[in-house]
Unconditional design. Structure first.
Length: 103
């Protein structure tokens, strides 16, 4: 971002570390709002950076959280044992029209 925006905004993107700080603030929050790209290439690069942040952090976090929630629900689910064969049935009772069909 430094190489793209430095000429247009020398105060906002004054150095590579300052530009990196803008990138960190953009990826971890919604940004501060006081510094943002104004050139078309800078806006495109900023959009790509924001989408990469969502794709590498938010989406995997949701998938992992969903997996943990499923494991916890499975752990607390009431086990049903078939009275005929003694095997565990992982279906809730209200979905079982007749237990005999699972033997």
């Amino acid at each position: 971002m430094y190489f793209v925006e430095n000429e247009a905004q020398p105060n906002a993107f004054s150095s590579i570390p300052a530009s990196m700080w803008w990138g960190v603030a953009t990826l971890t929050t919604v940004g501060y709002g006081d510094v943002y790209p104004i050139t078309p290439l800078g806006k495109l690069l900023g959009a790509i950076i924001a989408l990469l942040g969502i794709g590498t952090v938010a989406v995997p976090a949701g998938i992992i959280t969903s997996g943990f929630a499923e494991k916890i629900q499975k752990k607390h689910r009431k086990r049903i044992t078939c009275p005929h064969c003694g095997k565990d049935i992982d279906e809730p009772r209200e979905k079982l029209p007749g237990i005999k069909q699972y033997c």
